[in-house]
Design a protein around this ligand. Structure first.
Ligand code: NAD
Length: 276
């Protein structure tokens, strides 16, 4: 995959973010900062990443953890500054921190505080991360994107943001999540066009249901949801966090050097329609 730089992963303490951290470690990244509101979980991921890198790469790999609350401006600023202080640059940022949005309920009975909280964390958080990481990337020296191909141009860094199929379609009973994920796609596309002349690519990943602690909590909240999803899923299963991490690393790597502003659907065919 040609992953050789330094990665900042938000939400790295769990689920998709954690899978991305381990994938970076195994792929040859030189350094990793795991940022999460749950700093103990982030430390655990950093330790697991170091163990994974030791078996897979020969480079000196460093991994650290930092507390971040993505909805808090000074917390995001501090975490991004720590990344630059530790490694000198941010080559890749995968923004996976987020929440599912609390209660499920149709628009007529939806809970306004859940709506506001979800937008505060998921939308404001994505804005803040994209903003501060873009500032850091713009300030750093460009590198040739691919050592063997001058034609692929230069890069100052890549940002991958976790959207969702809910960035494209509506899921019933989840107005707060759907609204947030549509907004996240808007942030991602705007950041892609604003950053394009600086050699910074920004892409959004749009998964359907992936087997993570977030989704397991939704299954506990909504009886019968898991079976309904499995019955309707063309591939008949949930996605794996590692399958999303593979896409994130591709979008960070020189292999995707002409891709920016995309919303990459990873859904086992879910948005094609039900299989029957
Ligand atoms: N799992 C899925 O099916 C699925 C599908 C589509 C999109 N996504 C998106 O992928 C991302 C990761 O989801 P996941 O399933 O891995 O969830 P998860 O709950 O397993 O992990 C989310 C992580 O974000 C952290 N976090 C939550 N609020 C935070 C905050 N304010 N500041 C910093 N960190 C915070 C949590 O501590 C946790 O470690 C989310 O943006 C989610 O919306 C998930």
């Amino acid at each position: 995959m040609d992953i050789t730089g330094y990665a900042l992963v938000t939400g790295g303490g769990s689920g998709i973010g954690k899978a991305c951290c381990l994938a970076f470690a195994k792929a040859g990244a030189r350094g990793l900062l795991v940022a999460d509101i749950n700093v103990d979980a982030a430390k655990k991921t950093a330790d697991e990443a170091k163990a994974a890198a030791a078996t897979c790469t020969t480079l000196d790999f460093r991994a650290e953890a930092v507390h971040i609350d993505i909805a808090d401006e000074s917390s995001v600023q501090t975490a991004v500054e720590k990344m630059v202080e530790l490694f000198g640059r941010v080559d890749y940022c995968v923004h996976s921190a987020g929440v599912s949005g609390g209660s499920h309920g149709s628009i007529a009975g939806n809970n306004f505080s859940d709506f506001k909280r979800t937008l505060d964390i998921n939308v404001n958080g994505t804005y803040l991360i994209t903003n501060f990481v873009s500032v850091a990337m713009k300030a750093q020296e460009p590198k040739q994107t691919d050592a063997s191909s001058v034609e692929r141009g230069f890069t100052r860094g890549t940002i991958v943001i976790l959207g969702s199929v809910s960035s494209m379609i509506a899921n019933p009973g989840m107005v707060q999540y759907t609204a947030a994920k549509h907004a996240i796609m808007g942030i991602s596309k705007t950041a892609a066009i604003d950053n394009v002349t600086f050699g910074i690519r920004v892409n959004c990943i749009c998964p359907s249901w992936i087997d993570t602690p977030m989704v397991q909590r939704s299954f506990e909240l909504v009886p019968g949801l898991e079976q309904t999803l499995l019955d309707g899923a063309p591939m008949g299963r949930l996605g794996r966090p590692e399958e999303v991490a593979d896409a994130a690393l591709f979008l960070c790597s020189p292999k995707s050097s002409f891709i920016t502003g995309c919303g990459l659907i990873i859904d086992g065919g879910m948005t094609l329609g039900t299989k029957t």
